[in-house]
Design a protein around this ligand. Structure first.
Ligand code: NOJ
Length: 502
């Protein structure tokens, strides 16, 4: 079988508003991404995933889409998008775009019409609400002028579509076609376990992201992905789709990646695992046992950056653990999704002033929850002071950058062999050399307590999650390590790649 490009791809998530601002309005844009393609090419990623850049009132950073076939002037034009795709392809970088099918913006023409009494059946309107809560806090229902209520599993500005209406299916098939015709290589599907709700909308007890609950993971949703897969398969060039699926088990995740459905699904169990060899091994075994094509992700624009997560659990360990976890993730079978800025070792920015915050979670929780702005702070590219090359000098970025970004900028780290950025570049280059020549399958090797050793052909990956140093297994050469090694000893919070003769 030919190996599809996405099986082992390293995909880099670009949260567009925080990546690079070419227009000088303090917000990242498509032209900014285009200018930084040489950086991404040198970093060594295979593909980029662009978060929503469609026309949007930005109630949820663009995940409230008012027009699924356009580009918001904040981010540029359709011509900018087409130029970006063409230039990314000339660098050998594929492009995935985000599709938001669970809900639209309340400013979408369909919802405006629904409020005026036309086509309400495209959304979920009822005479009485049930007890469902919004994922962002507060009730999941809002009442409209004539007394009816509409469902929004996220912000009130994000009304949920009614996928039991065939018109919604046709609309999204057409939206996918629109972007496929513009050359995209695939889609990241927002809230992929959403879309359908249980018939009758019964009240619920526990509403966490579960594979099967009246709120999420209805069996009918799989028919949607079967339709989408058929459409993707009619286009040349191995177009693909990856689902944002939050579930409690790898078995539930596997339902979304059956051969006639999505190609991949994010594996959030890896991101949620504590720093423990036992926990890591369980996630790896569960995942590889359940899905044909695995994915791994440590950070994205919705979670606390992993450097800070590890540091919070055990102060002082964050960066070392983040680098070690990366080496393991890049050695595992499957594809790896990176989040912009992790290659710089960016921490979560915890002290954003309340007046700067923009995440609806902050507002819907009345300031009780900080929300996700701390992982969305614009990238430091260069310079000694804000905006650190993100925007032209003198322009304030949409979220303030801390002073600690100075040492973490791309220019500050480039050429410094001890930097996180050069470590990422080295690891991605090594992976590229190796990944197609080693077997997909992984074999566990015996390891001391607190450590994991696994092999894929001549590559052995080792990680020490314990508190004592461990001895490396027999090997010919150390290919890479996340911290300096002395002799054959692997210190705590360190991982390495070894070459062995089979
Ligand atoms: C998941 C997205 O990643 C997140 O940023 C967004 O708020 C929700 N889906 C709702 O669209």
């Amino acid at each position: 079988m030919d190996i599809p490009w996405w099986r082992d791809a390293v995909v880099y998530e670009i949260y567009v508003r925080s990546f690079a601002d070419a227009s000088g309005d303090g917000v990242g844009d498509l032209a900014g991404v285009r200018q930084r393609l040489p950086y991404l090419s040198r970093l060594g990623v295979d593909a980029i995933w662009l978060t929503p850049f469609y026309p949007s009132p930005m109630a949820d950073g663009g995940y409230d889409v008012a027009d699924y076939r356009g580009v918001d002037p904040l981010f540029g034009t359709l011509d900018d998008f087409e130029a970006l795709v063409a230039e990314a392809h000339s660098h050998g970088i594929r492009v995935l775009v985000d599709i938001v099918p669970n809900h639209s913006s309340s400013m979408h023409p369909w919802f405006r019409a629904a409020l005026a009494g036309q086509g309400r059946d495209r959304y979920v309107f009822r005479d009485r609400p049930n007890n469902w809560q919004s994922t962002f806090g507060g009730p999941a229902w809002t009442q409209v002028a004539d007394g009816q209520w509409y469902l929004h599993l996220f912000a009130p500005e994000q009304p949920d579509f009614n996928w039991r209406n065939r018109e919604v299916h046709e609309e999204f098939l057409d939206v996918l076609r629109f972007w496929l015709e513009r050359g995209v290589d695939g889609f990241r599907i927002d809230v992929a376990m959403g879309l359908y709700k249980a018939d009758g909308l019964p009240d619920v007890g526990d509403q966490s992201f579960k594979a099967l609950s009246p709120v999420w993971g209805q069996p009918e949703v799989h028919e949607v992905y079967r339709e989408w897969r058929k459409l993707l398969d009619t286009f040349p060039g191995e177009r693909m789709a990856v689902g944002e699926v939050w579930t409690d088990s790898a078995a539930d995740l596997a339902l979304y990646v059956r051969p006639d459905e999505l190609h991949q699904s994010f594996n959030f169990a890896w991101l949620q695992a504590p720093w423990s060899a036992t926990a890591f091994r369980k996630v790896i075994d569960d995942t590889l046992g359940a899905v044909p094509f695995a994915t791994w992700v440590l950070s994205n624009h919705d979670v606390v950056r992993h450097r800070t997560r590890y540091d919070t659990a055990d102060p002082g360990t964050g960066l070392a653990r983040a680098k070690a976890a990366l080496l393991v993730m890049l050695a595992l079978p499957g594809s790896a999704y990176l989040y912009q800025g992790e290659e710089l070792g960016l921490p979560e920015v915890k002290d954003l002033p309340p007046e700067a915050r923009q995440d609806p979670i902050f507002f819907q929780s009345e300031g009780k929850l900080a929300g996700r702005d701390g992982c969305r702070v614009p990238i430091p590219w260069s310079g000694d002071a804000a905006p650190y090359g993100f925007s032209p000098d003198g322009v304030a970025p949409w979220l303030p950058q801390p002073r600690t970004f100075k040492e973490l900028s791309v220019t500050a780290q480039t050429g410094d062999s001890d930097s996180t950025l050069e470590f990422y570049r080295g690891a991605l280059a090594r992976r590229r050399e190796l990944v197609r020549s080693i077997p997909y399958e992984l074999t566990w090797l015996e390891a001391p307590e607190g450590a994991l050793f696994f092999a894929r052909g001549p590559l052995t990956c080792v990680i020490n999650c314990g508190t004592d140093p461990v001895r490396l297994p027999p090997h010919d050469q150390v290919l890479l390590s996340s911290a300096a090694l002395t002799g054959d000893v692997l210190p705590p919070d360190t991982a390495a790649w070894l070459r062995t003769t089979e």
